[in-house]
Ligand binder design. Structure first.
Ligand SMILES: [Zn+2]
Length: 309
């Protein structure tokens, strides 16, 4: 009798524990999904307003690209990852990319190197509508589809590299290997930048760089990032792009203290003589933001010679 009661009790406890575990897990899953959808809505709106600088005067636009996909793949990958706002917004097709680069060349918009931008910013000589082209992550699609176009037009560009995930499959993308990066034909056009060694992820929806109490991890990560780029690519990297686009003041101050010459965020804006190197804005390129940029470049902030009279 006593045995039977104990046995039932055990089963009851087990049931209660199971119900609790699944219930709590379900709740988390639901919240996570709602949070992701919320993030999608917010970020898509933000990125759509990117590049809207009409009437803001002269300044450099730092373009930020991620993946440059073959046209047929944009749609399928976009759908597959539609819940991941970052990837969803950040795909540009190679035909679209080629049109954009052609537009810059045809309209004689000066595409300058990262070094030239840093030096102009330092001397407060941003006196024209310049453009700097940047890529985050360096996945294979960028190497295969964007680099040939950049080389064709001889346009300089910067790649911010996550040094611990080269060659890996990471957040839906195949990252380029060190060998593939080394094999880029025209290296004169390429500036290598830092994008953390191994802090390109989030915990509880908060990017690692925005977490508190991990300063010593961050410092070690920076040093590894810098060292690996030196070892593997013989690059002296002095530009930094924080993953997810933001960095707290103390970490930015550390980087500047270490000799970093520019921290490139995802805060929308023009780089002007008033900009600060510890928080340089960029424009995430989407169909909508590119249209905004064309309006800006075509607006009459810079007078033609004959218009000046
Ligand atoms: Zn990234």
């Amino acid at each position: 009798m006593l045995n039977r009661i104990l046995k039932y009790k055990k089963i009851n406890y087990l049931l209660i524990v199971l119900i609790l575990v699944f219930g709590v897990a379900g709740l988390f899953f639901k919240q996570d999904k709602q949070q992701r959808q919320l993030n999608n809505n917010v970020s898509n709106k933000v990125y759509d307003s990117y590049g809207d600088f009409e009437g803001d005067g002269v300044g450099a636009v730092v373009l930020c690209y991620h993946r440059i996909l073959e046209p047929s793949k944009v749609l399928s990958i976009g759908q597959e990852l539609s819940e991941n706002s970052q990837l969803h917004s950040f795909n540009v097709s190679s035909t679209e990319f080629e049109k954009q680069m052609e537009y810059l060349v045809k309209n004689k918009i000066k595409v300058i190197t990262m070094d030239e931008l840093a030096s102009r910013l330092k001397k407060k000589q941003i006196d024209e509508k310049y453009v700097v082209i940047t890529f985050d992550d360096i996945d294979v699609s960028m190497l295969n589809n964007a680099v040939p176009i950049l080389e064709k037009f001889k346009l300089p560009y910067t790649s911010f590299i996550i040094s611990n995930t080269t060659g890996d499959y990471n957040s839906g993308s195949q990252m380029a290997t060190w060998e593939e990066i080394k094999n880029i034909k025209n290296k004169d056009l390429l500036t290598i930048g830092m994008h953390t060694d191994d802090m390109h992820y989030q915990e509880n929806n908060i990017p690692m760089l925005m977490q508190k109490n991990n300063m010593s991890d961050f410092k070690k990560d920076y040093k590894r990032n810098k060292l690996k780029l030196k070892d593997k690519l013989e690059a002296n990297a002095v530009y930094y792009a924080p993953p997810y686009g933001a960095i707290p003041k103390d970490k930015a101050a550390y980087l500047i203290d270490q000799g970093v010459k520019g921290i490139y965020t995802l805060e929308n804006g023009l780089v002007t003589n008033k900009s600060s190197k510890d928080k340089v804005p960029r424009v995430v390129v989407t169909e909508k933001s590119w249209k905004n940029l064309e309006k800006y470049w075509e607006s009459g902030d810079v007078l033609d010679e004959d218009e000046k009279e």
